[in-house]
Write a protein that binds this ligand. Structure first.
Ligand SMILES: [Zn+2]
Length: 487
């Protein structure tokens, strides 16, 4: 594979009444499978296969307490706010348990959408609301008809996925374990005119064959989920991995994970720590973690499904972000108090908790740890390109050198990774097909380092078309070491 362009192309083959030739992108390979169908309904075997492909990679989120109107508006605002749709493009829907569909309206400014703008389409086709439903309503209805396991749909035209769509290339999610697990199967639906029944049939057919994310030729993407949060997170993850792939393609050959490394290892269930009233220091640290996690999300250093922050609480305990909870909505009480083997009752720490515990145990000077996959730094993790910090003084002083480790599982190979990091000498590690590991003396120190890492990676990628890097000379690096105490 030479770059993103060489990612495998997905095609949906024609179907016959009783036999569907299924060509989907699964576990990084194009899978051809003849599936028996009955009268357009999915065969139970295919339904089972779809469930099998969705293991407990997205543990049940807290059920939304928002009314569908409010949930649609909040999600659309978030998509618009983070530039994943234009004012006129994109639509979202939620299937109500009674069979009715809540959907965003046609021709209403996405930046100013209000709950009263949402259209409610009854199962018998009656529309309630002051606007017409999205012109893409036919494909939403058809997808729900063909995939009863889906409860929400996100459709938009985000930049990186559109780039793949206009080249008809599939974004290869095998480059990151988590993205691969979250996004599920990605496949293409053939082009048809927007709003047409034919487009509806093409998309629904691709979903019916087991896809979770459907790329539309020369158009955009449609993503299904168990609920709107699930669909949004899958959408955001796929767009983010697509952005990362585009950046990585400028650096060299993209290296996907081998099939045996694409299995997500989950840590053993932690024991329960006895309840303890939080000290003021603990309260302060919880608030700090939330503030920086939120800021990291807003700065696109994290997305809703990936990345973890922790801070040392005392000799044996630390506070860490929870597993698979929306990073933007993290609150102090949602942060998890943990040790190497146990955590607060009723909570689940990030799957990196074992790695963080190992680092705190080995390195008493480390006060905070971040695992993250920001797009530019991650692009270096997907290729053999070296992330040089000999660019500007800030990069060298804050990051020192940034070595890259071969891929290592943050759960199973925690001790090995913990042995490589060092606050004084190697405070940032890149791990192939995993992301960045950053340590700091406190949360601000680690966050600053993560920001400088991503800014450095971005500058290196931006400089590519301009000419070869002119690194700072060794004498300048010596001087920085002397003046700023770089080890
Ligand atoms: Zn569209």
């Amino acid at each position: 594979m030479t770059n993103a362009r060489s990612a495998q192309r997905g095609q949906t083959a024609g179907s016959e009444p009783d036999q569907v030739e299924m060509t989907v992108y699964r576990a990084g390979v194009t899978v051809h499978r003849a599936e028996a169908t009955a009268g357009g309904r999915r065969h139970p075997r295919l339904a089972a296969l779809t469930r099998a492909a969705r293991p407990d990679v997205m543990p049940a989120m807290e059920t939304s307490w928002l009314h569908p109107r409010d949930e649609l508006v909040e999600t659309m605002r978030r998509i618009y706010r983070y530039k994943m749709t234009t004012t006129s493009g994109g639509n979202l829907s939620i299937l109500d348990p009674d069979g009715s569909i809540w959907i965003t309206p046609s021709r209403v400014d996405k930046g100013e959408l209000q709950p009263a703008d949402i259209v409610w389409v009854q199962a018998d086709g009656t529309r309630i609301g002051r606007h017409a439903p999205s012109s893409e309503f036919p494909f939403h209805r058809e997808i729900y008809r063909r995939r009863p396991d889906l409860g929400a749909i996100v459709h938009a035209h985000p930049g990186a996925l559109v780039a793949f769509s206009i080249c008809r290339v599939l974004p290869d999610t095998r480059v990151q374990l988590l993205a691969h697990a979250v996004c599920g199967r990605v496949a293409y639906a053939p082009y048809a005119c927007p709003g047409s029944d034919q487009l509806g049939r093409n998309i629904a057919e691709t979903f019916a064959r087991g896809a979770d994310c459907v790329m539309l030729e020369n158009h955009g993407v449609v993503i299904g989920g168990r609920d709107l949060q699930d669909a949004f997170q899958r959408f955001e993850t796929l767009e983010f991995v697509a952005q990362t792939l585009v950046k990585a393609a400028t650096l060299g050959e993209i290296q996907p994970l081998a099939a045996d490394r694409l299995v997500e290892r989950m840590p053993p269930e932690p024991g329960e720590l006895p309840p303890a009233a939080p000290t003021n220091r603990e309260k302060e640290l919880r608030t700090q973690i939330c503030r920086f996690v939120r800021r990291a999300y807003q700065q696109r250093l994290l997305i809703s499904t990936a990345g973890s922050f922790s801070a040392r609480l005392d000799a044996g305990q630390f506070l860490i972000s929870p597993r698979r909870r929306d990073r933007l909505e993290l609150e102090p009480r949602g942060v998890v108090r943990a040790t190497a083997e146990a955590c607060e009752a009723g909570k689940r720490p990030s799957r990196t908790a074992g790695l963080h515990a190992a680092i705190y145990r080995r390195h008493p000077e480390v006060g905070a740890i971040i695992n993250a996959q920001p797009a530019h730094a991650s692009a270096f993790c997907m290729t053999k390109a070296v992330l040089s910090t000999h660019t500007i003084p800030e990069s060298y002083i804050v990051l020192n050198e940034v070595p890259k480790l071969p891929h290592a599982c943050v759960v199973a190979e925690a001790e090995r990774i913990a042995a490589e990091v060092s606050l004084a000498r190697r405070p940032v590690l890149l791990i192939e097909n995993e992301g960045a590991l950053v340590v700091g003396k406190d949360v601000l120190d680690a966050f600053d380092r993560l920001e400088v890492l991503e800014a450095t990676a971005e500058a290196l990628i931006l400089s590519r078309p301009l000419g070869p890097l002119v690194p700072m000379p060794l004498a300048a690096l010596d001087e920085l070491r002397r003046v700023f105490g770089v080890n």
